[in-house]
Design a protein around this ligand. Structure first.
Ligand code: NAI
Ligand code: MG
Length: 332
């Protein structure tokens, strides 16, 4: 049986993880769940935010579902997300963005996926001081990095029945770096004739997204544009609190909500597990469990559209647990 590493995390993490695991078990996923510590809980127990034992389990089993982690105040701690990304070369950051029932937004019919390159670009942090008044950052783009993210996006589209891929870039200005990224996307696109491909310049893409977002299906883009576009798109469907994310590499994949540990509501039964449940759905799709993923997604959308079921942050009357019950009741 496939082993899944479970990192409940801090704050509301354990509460939303409990409901998510109940749902995964209700659809009888063929998984064994291996719980490990990360975050403040791990720091207190093992003296490290990300203990060696946790890293080893992720390395060995390859798949983790992660709750939010509280970032300790004060210096000296390396970002857990950066550590995980580097340790396992999680080159692909995937964020689906869909309208949810019960979440008021300006647009309907948004259903897209942003595939962001996660390891290079200006994000690689290659910077230097030229003189006291001048600093430079180097935008590093490689054929390998661009080809593998592009292939990931097209494979994702093919496996998930998506019809269109748009590459987002600024190759008209950064002719070498973004030019290389775009050429790699164009080359990979030829291998997927059934998927419609186009490229969009990033500034125009921003404008299109806030005017006619439903035109987008899969977006593939570099690290910095992806960072900005994925938050913009989250805003289109109700903010960072309801969207899931995945960090995927060849050897490992980690699925987690975008929101934080919400210490202000932790332990009160108020937390909305929607983003973590959707992260679990992404994990199921990654593992080819599309039927179970569809069942959970349908039940989640059903429960979200019921004011008595959904949680208070969405104007509903439910608690974390009763929302979990409402989803399980709708699994059919
Ligand atoms: P946050 O996302 O935890 O909370 C912002 C606001 O949204 C709060 O009012 C909170 O109650 C609400 N909220 C968030 N998730 C919710 C949910 N599932 N249901 C209902 N309400 C929810 O962001 P904040 O307060 O800036 O950060 C808190 C802690 O989380 C910090 O230590 C931060 O570093 C950490 N964090 C961790 C992340 C991760 O592990 N991936 C990501 C973002 C923040
Ligand atoms: Mg960001």
């Amino acid at each position: 049986m496939r082993k899944i590493v479970i990192l409940p995390g801090d704050g509301i993490g354990p509460e939303i993880m409990e409901q998510t695991l109940r749902i995964l078990k209700a659809v009888e996923c063929p998984f064994e769940y291996i719980e490990k510590d990360a975050g403040m809980t791990a720091l207190e127990k093992h003296g490290s935010l990300l203990p060696e034992d946790t890293l080893q389990a992720i390395g060995e089993f390859g798949i983790a579902l992660k709750g939010p982690i509280t970032t300790p105040v004060g210096g000296g701690f390396k970002s857990i997300n950066v550590t995980l990304r580097q340790t396992f070369d999680l080159y692909s950051n995937v964020r689906p963005v869909i309208n949810l029932p019960g979440v008021q937004t300006r647009f309907d019919n948004i259903d897209m996926v942003i595939v962001r390159e996660n390891t290079e670009d200006l994000y690689a942090g290659i910077e230097h001081q030229v003189d006291a008044d001048t600093a430079e950052s180097i935008k590093r783009i490689t054929r390998k990095g661009s080809t593998r993210i592009s292939r990931y996006a097209f494979e994702y589209a093919r496996k998930n029945g998506r019809k269109k891929v748009a590459a987002v870039h600024k190759a008209n200005i950064m002719k070498l770096s973004d030019g290389l990224f775009l050429r790699c996307c164009q080359e990979v696109a030829k291998e997927y004739p059934e998927i419609e491909f186009r490229d969009v310049i990033v500034d125009n893409c921003c404008m299109q997204l806030v005017v006619k977002p439903e035109q987008f299906d899969v977006i593939v883009t570099g690290n910095l544009y992806g960072d900005i576009l994925s938050d913009l798109c989250a805003g289109l469907v109700g903010g960072l609190g309801v969207v899931p994310g995945a960090n995927i590499g060849e050897r490992a994949a980690i699925f987690e909500p975008v929101h934080g540990s919400a210490p202000d509501i932790a332990g009160q039964g108020k937390a909305n597990p929607t983003a973590l449940i959707q992260s679990a759905v992404l994990m199921l799709r990654h593992l080819g469990e599309n039927e179970r993923a569809d069942r959970i997604m349908k039940a989640l959308l059903g429960a979200l559209s019921d004011i008595n079921a959904r949680t208070g942050d969405l104007g509903g009357k439910g608690t974390t647990r009763s929302f979990g019950d409402a989803i399980i009741a709708r699994l059919g």
